[in-house]
Design a binder for this molecule. Structure first.
Ligand code: HEM
Length: 502
């Protein structure tokens, strides 16, 4: 094709897109304010790929608590007030209860055959109902907390055995990650990995890691937002497809099929675990092979990274605030005595421990924009037109750190949850604080996460004085903002000096 003809085609294409988008825009007379949307690219020209809670928080100061960022063809509606969050999640939870998937998550989830990224409706209800009994109820916490306590005890033992821990320090994250895997795999497959070197663990962790890295990166945003730039992420999407296929096959071959084999040979001898409930639903014809696999994939993603990030932030805060660490240790000692180790039922008796966890989830909001919601139909919100299939982002980080909602929000002060905010729980009972979301699409893993965080942090503080590594007086708290999360940039080395129990 000669160059002139190519230029003409390209110009006509751009002209057509501009005209179509102008005509489309005309249907809405009162769109929310926001940064200027350039033709074709929208505000991507101004913002680029890094659409995170800090950038969106600054825009809220300029455009208000409800604004629109047009990225390519995609309308992103950003909400930064507790009142509007309540409206979207609770009052009009069905209307805004779907998910907006980006192009990479379309690949990961077989276009929404899973539970987390599927639209609100029959399929979501069925997947959620089937997964609830084995994974998300109080009863499941009662069933598994003994195993979680044993895993936390194993962490304490391993750290005590490692002489480096008390001197130069260790990157505790690696050991905590194994613990969180074991917590999940116990409830899902009645299985645990013996050590960080277990070849199957290495394989699962590697593939989950690759999937997380690919999904969480902000670098592919341009190709998701602006369809004409999609060819530039073709290679990236190909890798996403390959990793997805390898990973789902690994779950199937090494865990799902293995379990089926065990059931067929072991009869009633074996302990019933989460996956067995999924098999029952499959036998009744409610779900198929792929759905079973997608629930396993969802649990691997939702339950592990979040819990490890939360533990890491909490440990770092306790190290940087030794008076809080000491106060927590004193609480545990005065309630449980000198030697008894924290168990799940003790969590209720340890208000300061709960306050430390709540403050960590407020100040270091693990999922700062929650997961994206979506409205399948045109609607109105806050008096503005909201076009169908907008991506709805609620800036939880902004709401949790807004001086209009909190006294000195810039301070890490667990006491606030025992004093002026003593009625505020993690379940969104007060709409200014919802670390696990609110309403229909909120996190069903809240009960188990709070149990695991309490057991693990409690036992670490009981058994160790936690300190920064030699030569440092603080842990570096630089954060990395990713697609659906915020984690500590340097998975820091920490010193853990055993405390002699007496
Ligand atoms: C500290 C740990 C955790 C935090 C902070 C957290 C936070 C969240 C948030 C903010 C959402 C999205 C809510 C929304 O979009 O409205 C979510 C969804 C979800 N979480 Fe968690 N989560 C954690 C741990 C877990 C665990 C341990 C599990 C599983 C046992 C889990 C399973 C899920 C699932 C399945 C969803 C999707 C719910 C749906 O779309 O219906 N999460 N989580």
């Amino acid at each position: 094709m000669d160059l002139l003809l190519f230029q003409k085609i390209l110009l006509s294409l751009i002209f057509a897109i501009v005209v179509v988008s102008k005509l489309r825009g005309k249907r809405f007379t009162n769109l929310p304010p926001g940064p200027f949307p350039y033709p074709i690219f929208g505000s991507w020209i101004e913002i680029g790929n890094n659409l995170d809670q800090l950038i969106l928080s600054n825009y809220a100061k300029k455009f208000g608590n409800l604004f629109r960022v047009k990225m390519g063809q995609l309308n992103i509606i950003v909400i930064s007030s507790k009142e509007l969050a309540k409206e979207v999640f609770l009052t009009r939870g069905v209307e805004f209860g779907s998910r907006s998937r980006n192009i990479v998550y379309d690949i990961f989830t077989g276009e929404g055959q899973d539970m987390i990224f599927t639209e609100y409706g029959e399929h979501w209800r069925k997947m959620k109902r089937i997964a609830t009994v084995p994974f998300f109820t109080k009863k499941s916490v009662q069933q598994y907390h003994g195993a979680w306590e044993a895993e936390a005890a194993a962490v304490v033992e391993d750290v005590k055995k490692n002489k480096e821990a008390a001197t130069n320090g260790i990157v505790l994250r690696m050991r905590l990650q194994l613990m969180v895997y074991n917590n999940l795999y116990k409830s899902m497959f009645d299985k645990r990995f013996e050590s960080e070197e277990d070849p199957l663990y290495v394989r699962v962790k590697d593939l989950n890691g690759q999937r997380s890295k690919l999904g969480l990166s902000l670098e592919y945003n341009f190709g998701d937002f602006v369809p004409i730039l999609r060819p530039f992420i073709k290679g990236y999407l190909k890798i996403c497809k390959e990793v997805t296929a390898t990973r789902l096959n690994l779950f199937k071959d090494h865990f799902i099929d293995e379990r089926k084999k065990l059931i067929s040979t072991g009869g009633r001898e074996i302990n019933k675990c989460g996956i067995d409930y999924l098999f029952e639903a499959q036998e009744k014809g409610e779900i198929n092979d792929a759905h079973v696999c997608y629930i396993v994939e969802n649990m691997n993603i939702a339950a592990i990274g979040t819990t490890v990030w939360a533990l890491e932030w909490a440990i770092a805060e306790l190290i940087n605030n030794p008076h809080i660490q000491n106060k927590l240790r004193a609480e545990i000692k005065s309630v449980l005595g000198p030697t008894a180790q924290v168990t799940e039922p003790d969590n209720q008796k340890l208000p300061y421990l709960q306050a430390v966890i709540k403050e960590t989830l407020r100040f270091r909001t693990i999922v700062p924009l929650l997961l994206p919601h979506m409205n399948p139909e045109n609607t109105k919100l806050g008096g503005y037109d909201i076009p169908a299939r907008s991506r709805i982002l609620v800036n939880a980080w902004h709401i949790f750190n807004d001086p209009a909602n909190w006294k000195k929000p810039e301070e890490f002060r667990p006491e606030r949850f025992l004093e002026e905010e003593s009625n505020v729980e993690v379940n969104g009972n007060d709409v200014k604080y919802f670390p696990f979301g609110m309403g229909r699409r909120s996190c069903p893993g809240m009960l188990s996460s709070m149990a695991v965080l309490g057991i693990t942090l409690g036992r670490l503080v009981q058994n160790f004085e936690m300190l920064p590594p030699p030569g440092q007086d603080k842990i570096d708290m630089t954060a990395v903002n990713v697609q659906f999360g915020m984690y500590l940039f340097k998975h820091s080395t920490v010193v853990l000096k055993p405390i002699i129990m007496s």
